[in-house]
Design a protein around this ligand. Structure first.
Ligand code: SF4
Length: 269
């Protein structure tokens, strides 16, 4: 086996990437965090947040849907029905039409209305602000009990909006965790939520960065069909790399870019 072709020269290069394929999974997870935290811009606590209600409903709309189509559906929905009370009262078929750019509008429309109905019935208003005061586990359970809300969406709302120490595992985080060897090769996304959270500090900023950096990495470098391993700072710890190319050579390590270059494209939202 030989390493993949080296990327175009980019300065400055890495010189100190670890080569440690047999690290215990928890240590690999921490290395993944440190290496991607250096490769991508670190996020701060000040990163802009969408309102909790918007985060929740947008995440429902985003299922297997591009960000642009999710935003279009969200905007059309509120343009057509005005506010959450209007969305709840709308004929379901008309709501489905308004969100037609999503993957399954006929499923999502009644689901959104049921979520809104429950929030209004239980809280007396369309607001999730009470989650700020609730213990993390209680908030997770409450969100998880909503129709169509799984661990990923519940974690996104609690981490992004309330800075609770939870970890959303989307398809990108899941794929990288499997390839690098942070979790077992057949571990489900739900299992990954639990395992990765146990391996990381209970610190919302670290968890936010871990989620976002692995998400960006999955969108831009560790692609589903053709991972760009030559560019990747995780090559020295990644099981997939070892299996496909053998141990990273000193030359491959030295040719690894130190940081994401905006000339390669903008990072996703
Ligand atoms: S080395 Fe390749 S497979 Fe492993 S994380 Fe990087 S891009 Fe993905």
């Amino acid at each position: 086996m030989c390493n993949p072709p080296l990327p175009q020269a980019v300065q400055p290069h890495m010189t100190d990437l670890p080569i440690a394929y047999d690290l215990p999974a928890a240590q690999k997870t921490w290395q993944d965090h440190l290496l991607l935290n250096r490769f991508y811009p670190p996020l701060t606590q000040d990163v802009p947040r969408r309102s909790p209600m918007r985060e929740l409903i947008s995440t429902v709309l985003s299922h297997r849907t591009t960000h642009a189509d999710e935003e279009l559906a969200y905007d059309r929905m509120l343009e057509a029905f005005g506010d959450w009370a209007g969305v709840l009262a709308a004929p379901t078929a008309e709501l489905a039409h308004a969100i037609r750019t999503t993957r399954w509008p006929d499923t999502q429309a009644p689901r959104i209305q049921e979520i809104l109905r429950r929030i209004q019935a239980e809280r007396g208003e369309f607001s999730l602000d009470f989650l700020e005061e609730w213990p993390t586990e209680k908030g997770m359970q409450w969100l998880n009990d909503m129709p169509g809300i799984g661990l990923k969406t519940a974690s996104l709302v609690l981490l992004f909006n309330f800075r609770k120490p939870v970890l959303p595992v989307d398809t990108h985080v899941h794929r990288i965790a499997q390839r690098v060897g942070l979790i077992g090769p057949k571990a489900s996304a739900d299992k990954a939520h639990q395992v990765l959270l146990e391996q990381l500090p209970k610190d919302s900023l670290a968890l936010l960065n871990f989620h976002k950096h692995n998400y960006w990495h999955g969108q831009r470098v560790c692609l589903y069909t053709k991972p760009d391993c030559a560019k990747c700072p995780l090559k020295g710890i990644c099981n997939y790399y070892l299996e496909h190319y053998g141990p990273a050579t000193a030359e491959a390590i030295a040719a690894t870019p130190e940081k994401w270059d905006t000339a390669w494209g903008a990072l996703p939202h």
